[in-house]
Design a protein around this ligand. Structure first.
Ligand SMILES: Cc1cc2nc3c(=O)[nH]c(=O)nc-3n(C[C@H](O)[C@H](O)[C@H](O)COP(=O)(O)OP(=O)(O)OC[C@H]3O[C@@H](n4cnc5c(N)ncnc54)[C@H](O)[C@@H]3O)c2cc1C
Length: 462
């Protein structure tokens, strides 16, 4: 049997991107109706499968949907995020998205939500429990599944593991009831960092932790991502430092050196040069903790794990040591094929500001509501590629700067962004008073270095 339903927008995916898109569309287009579909029982996407000790990496103050505050308005007073804006936990994020769905979306009478439903294409989705199929006759379809976030609890590792190995995603660490001989964390990204920090926080001696990394990463200092006036020098000053470092660079390699010297990038081991960048964000206190782990294995990508050996793709090996092997190898972000955001009746939200998927989704909804014509809409939503290797960082930064420059010329968009909770920084800049000399000086530095930095990035890309 197949039900049918008519709607203006069919939004596939109620993760953070789908939620942020719908929230802004509801506010900007007061007459439209929306159907949302997701495989999960509750909104929030991958946060439903996250490890119990997960938190945001960026301040809650600019995550979630535009219309509802997620942060408690606090600076953490204890722990490794001390002094910085509060970071929502996974459970807080899920409760938040559930509240947005119940109290805003469903209460509006304009959104119908179909959880536990698998979207099959052509407007058709099937309820996973009843098998009931529904066909949505939608004027537009919004694909909020494109970022394809993967997390350790649901991904399949790209290496083999024999049955007698004690292998688990970091989600299962809190379920351990005996004291293992040690822990080997596989994965050098942000989930690997989270696993190590959690083990140390729970008093596992650093000498009982081994960290297998195929690549080292440049990291972002969380102090420089705080959208609060008292952090102006850190956040906007950091942007000015970044532009100046790029503008002054004599080569790509020199650019990364300068980005580190000016404080834009951090690295865990000062003797090992990073070869990747995924936008992972950490505090300086977390960095100090991570440096306590000395047993770092850099032998490339893992190919297989048996009770005796970890074997790497290049044939090198490492004894398994009867350790618990902690899988942190899921790549949260995948380098998806970039496509136009607006294509006929299909909208595919992608990042239009670097590592800001929720701001991007909200901004794309604003463009959908206020800009006429596909070419003009796509002109304002140039996709910023996801970062990966160091060239990708250059492509990402260039595309990001192009968008910022373009958006700055659109008065209506500028005004909207200034009031956008998810933007975080436009408001900070717009609120500078005429007598705030040091802030104005930072702004001037930022403006003067922007064009030379843009030119330098283009020259590196050619
Ligand atoms: C540990 C961790 C921490 C992070 N911290 C931050 C942070 O601090 N700041 C930040 O900006 N980003 C952060 N991110 C990045 C994060 O991926 C994004 O913020 C955001 O949550 C991605 O949302 P999404 O909606 O694109 O993806 P998802 O959460 O994966 O949502 C996609 C949804 O689509 C549904 N879906 C897919 N296919 C179908 C189908 N065929 N039928 C029905 N439903 C379907 C899925 O069930 C899912 O609910 C973090 C990521 C991780 C893993």
């Amino acid at each position: 049997m197949i039900n049918s339903i008519k709607t203006d927008y069919l939004v596939v995916g109620s993760g953070a991107v789908g939620m942020a898109f719908v929230d802004t569309l509801l506010d900007e287009l007061p007459d439209v109706n929306i159907v949302m579909v997701d495989r999960f029982a509750k909104p929030g996407g991958h946060w439903n499968s996250a490890y119990p000790f997960v938190t945001l990496h960026q301040p809650s103050a600019f995550y979630g949907v535009n219309s509802l505050e997620l942060s408690h308005g606090l600076r953490d007073e204890t722990g490794l995020n001390k002094g910085l804006g509060d970071l929502a936990t996974g459970t807080e994020i899920l409760a938040y998205f559930e509240a947005v769905m119940r109290h805003k979306f469903l209460t509006s009478g304009r959104v119908k939500f179909f959880p536990l439903s698998n979207y099959e294409g052509n407007g058709v989705f099937e309820n996973r429990l009843s098998g009931l199929k529904t066909k949505a006759d939608a004027a537009k379809i919004v694909d909020c599944t494109h970022l394809n976030t993967t997390v350790p609890s649901t991904h399949t590792p790209n290496f083999t593991v024999e049955n007698d190995v004690r292998f688990m995603p970091l989600n299962d660490l809190p379920l351990i009831t005996d004291v293992p001989k040690g822990f080997t964390v596989v994965g050098g990204g942000k989930t690997g960092i989270d696993a190590i920090l959690w083990l140390l926080e729970n008093h596992v001696p650093p000498q009982n932790i081994r960290w297998v990394k195929s690549r080292d990463a440049w990291l972002i200092n969380r102090k420089n991502t705080q959208p609060f006036p008292e952090f102006f020098e850190d956040t906007i000053g950091n942007q000015a430092n970044m532009f100046e470092a790029i503008a002054g660079a004599k080569s790509k390699s020199d650019m990364f050196d300068r980005l580190e010297s000016c404080g834009y990038f951090l690295r865990i081991d000062p003797t090992v040069r990073p070869t990747m960048f995924h936008g992972a964000t950490i505090s300086e206190l977390e960095l100090d903790e991570l440096r306590r782990v000395k047993d770092i294995v850099r032998k490339g990508r893992v190919a297989s794990i048996t009770s005796d050996n970890i074997t790497f793709v290049n044939g090198r090996t490492e004894p398994t040591l009867d350790h618990v092997i902690v899988d942190c190898s899921a790549s949260a972000i995948k380098d998806n094929v970039i496509k136009p955001v607006f294509q006929g009746n299909l909208i595919t939200p992608q990042t239009v500001r670097s590592y800001q998927p929720v701001f991007s989704a909200s901004m794309i909804a604003w463009v959908e509501a206020h800009v006429e014509g596909e070419a003009a809409k796509n002109g304002m939503t140039g996709v910023v590629p996801l970062p990966d290797d160091l060239d990708a960082f250059i492509r990402m930064t260039a595309a990001n700067m192009m968008n910022q420059a373009l958006w700055g010329q659109n008065k209506a968009l500028r005004n909207w962004m200034r009031e956008q909770r998810l933007d975080g920084f436009s408001k900070m800049v717009s609120e500078i008073g005429p007598d705030e000399k040091s802030k104005l000086e930072i702004l001037n530095r930022l403006k003067s270095a922007a064009m030379p930095a843009m030119g330098k990035l283009q020259s590196f890309l050619n």
